[in-house]
Design a protein around this ligand. Sequence first.
Ligand code: CU
Length: 455
Amino acid sequence: MTTRRNFITGAAGAMVGASLVSKAGAAAIPEAPVQSSPATQPPLHPTSGRPYNPVVTLNGWSLPWRMKDGVKEFHLVAEPVVREIAPGMKANLWGYNGQSPGPTIEVVEGDKVRIFVTNKLPEATTIHWHGQILPSGMDGVAGLVQPAIAPGKTFVYEFVARYAGTFMYHPHSDEMTQMAMGMMGFWVTHPKDPRRHAVDRDFVFLLNAYDIEPGNYTPNVNTMLDFNLWTINSRAFPGTDPMVVRKDDKVRIRMGNLTMTNHPFHIHGHRFEVTGTDGGWIPPSARWPEVTVDIGVGQMRAIEFVADNPGDWAFHCHKSHHTMNAMSHAMPNLIGVDQAGVAKKINDLVPGYMVMGDKGGSMGGMHMALPENTLPMMAGRGPFGDIEMGGMFTVIKIREGLARGDYRDPGWYKHPAGTVAHEWTGPVPDAVSAPGAPASGEVIGTARRGGHEGH
Ligand SMILES: [Cu+2]
């Protein structure tokens, strides 16, 4: 639910003291709306300024603005927030206007934009407008082109949104800490002519990662690579909302990567084309079909496809560890080892020990008791059982007969008769071994090496 907080009566006013903010000065600053829900909010249709086709931010929202003398004015408040990563786990993060990531900012090509940034963090910050072509002094790099915004201060950024495309914003001040704490947001500059690049559904999200040990609430900001929560807009599956799509809709998904590694995002049941980067739109003659697009560190990609295949389709990072949630990954590799009976004996000594893979049962089926404030490694439940996924995973739900603009979760797909993989109950011929192959059941070597450090 969106609530509104007046700058004069808000905590910022109290923090800097009434004497420092004159009534006239405070009244000149637009209010800073706040979002408290982690659920996907409906698209924000423009009521002032040029028309455009709004985007839908997965598990997020877009920031309202006001028009003042032909300038589109926004107010971002950098502040500590509590983000629900998924039901059962909350994190102390830093974000903007009540959430991490902050709200999506939507403007139109040629718009004059003024953004007030109030810093309610315990340390100085800035905002860099990633991908924007703007005056050097508006680029938000602390020390280089502006002084950092001290706690309690409000700065103003002004520039023209020159090119239509897909962008983001994030601090360029103590950025290792501030991005590890979740400070980032999406930015879309819509084309002047709303018919250009028009699609039926336009989803956006940022990829981010956190290192929060089970039982903790605050990310370790010194982690360099070994993150344990791989998230879409600071949500981990099953906390990520589905992307609901009407059959035959033209769909765009725009993604930005603010983690420390690349993420090859993969769609099921469809082919797409990469149509845009953070540098702009790709000419149709330069596009090629894909089912996976690698999004490098600091990059943005827009993909487009026609949703002509009804069903529930996985959409996820293809690094398999990125579709798992927190908990220890430092375990010996026992695949191929007969662990029958072993698990129970070890469990008597080490409560909670898990055997993985062979004869131990898969991880999705374990349903172990969890420590406080963490998520099972793979937790989703589907109509056929456990969905053995977490992290950077969501579902695209394509249905016939949805209304235009209806994003409500339609439930699980009802497969037409005869279209679900099923057990074969007929005769099965004996397997034929190649000459010199080991006899069935013979074990080659033993599993000694453990772990997978350094991945
Ligand atoms: Cu990934």
